[in-house]
Design a binder for this molecule. Structure first.
Ligand SMILES: [Fe+2]
Ligand SMILES: [Fe+2]
Length: 339
């Protein structure tokens, strides 16, 4: 029986015309079928447009193929049938004690609302539906998390109500770039967790499709941004770029604040305003603490490339964080091997 019913968030109510993926008995059965699961897992990681020729950002082809990618790589996994492995007492205690779960649940709630609110403003039906599906998947992340929290007996603080954003584009940019930052580091931390064996492989397996789903999300975001940018007049483009700069400044400030909150003794309350996503929080929970920074950054880069490698190379990729990290690694090189 489902004792952890989700809240009544409904993407379709915010985004006219959006039809959520069907949740029926057949889908549940399919999600218990190993062959169907494996096929869905493969389909979510590899995609190529059937069209020949370039996908020029801003063009209709670029938009339609971006949306087609997102729809065709959808993974129908169902949180209700995910396995939460029984953990050794020490492992379970380590997870429960992490001061991140309130932030993680609230961030998913914020992300679904912001994505749906922005999707509703779009005139192009395919892009509107793609962003609405992304919002629906964030809602599903929230469900995965609430089931995990329930399975391991983690206590959550009551969630504050989330108002609809006043500037949906700003809110979508904050969520999108936030996912680009967090997912990049989550990919590396997650691989570190897998290699170290610190957490049971079954738990790593449960998180794996969610991790790849974030890769799809930031792939969609990068292509939405490229499409959106290319269609703006020079004046509106300038305004948009200034907004993007403000978003990055806001996210940098927010992350510094978050690091301080998590370091401090009173972090359990979660603090205010964070946008860190659940994959980063989850991966942090699983990673080995003893790794050196350059090693971790190099692993993040490699994992980022591996996760994107299966998608059509004509689609845009998130570029800023990998570029900054490559630069940081170059700057660190002279200081390497001193310890
Ligand atoms: Fe998410
Ligand atoms: Fe996401």
């Amino acid at each position: 029986m489902d004792s952890h019913a989700m809240d009544a968030f409904d993407v379709g109510r915010l985004v006219p015309g959006f039809r959520p993926p069907q949740a029926d008995v057949d889908a549940d059965a399919a999600c218990r079928d190993a062959a169907a699961l494996a096929a869905a897992d493969t389909a979510m990681r590899r995609w190529r447009s059937p069209l020949d020729g370039p996908l020029r950002p801003g063009s209709e082809r670029h938009r339609s193929e971006t949306c087609r990618m997102f729809e065709q790589t959808f993974n129908p996994y169902r949180p209700a049938v995910l396995d939460w492995p029984v953990l050794a007492p020490a492992t379970r205690a380590r997870i429960v004690a992490l001061p991140i779960w309130d932030i993680a649940v609230q961030t998913e709630g914020k992300a679904r609302l912001r994505m749906a609110a922005y999707a509703a403003t779009l005139g192009e039906a395919d892009m509107r539906n793609a962003l609405a599906l992304n919002a629906w998947e964030e809602h599903r992340h929230k469900e995965v998390l609430s089931r995990m929290v329930a399975a391991y007996g983690i206590e959550l603080a009551p969630e504050p109500p989330q108002p609809l954003p006043q500037d949906p584009e700003w809110a979508y940019l904050v969520t999108g770039y936030s996912e680009c930052i967090d997912s990049f580091f989550a990919f590396g931390l997650f691989e570190l967790a897998r290699r170290s064996g610190l957490f049971p492989p079954a738990l790593v397996d449960t998180f794996e499709p969610v991790m790849q789903e974030e890769c799809r999300h930031i792939l969609l975001f990068a292509n939405w941004a490229g499409w959106h940018r290319a269609r703006l007049s020079p004046w509106r483009r300038l305004r948009f770029e200034l907004k993007v700069v403000r978003v990055w400044a806001f996210l940098a400030w927010e992350r510094i604040g978050l690091a301080r909150a998590v370091d401090g003794a009173g972090a359990a309350g979660g603090g205010a305003g964070q946008d860190n996503n659940f994959t980063l929080n989850g991966a942090q929970a699983m990673a080995d603490d003893g790794v050196r920074l350059p090693t971790l950054l190099a692993l993040c880069l490699a994992e980022n490339e591996r996760r994107f490698a299966g998608y059509d190379e004509r689609l845009l990729r998130p570029a800023t964080v990998p570029r900054l990290v490559r630069m940081a690694l170059r700057l660190m090189r002279p200081f390497a091997r001193r310890d």
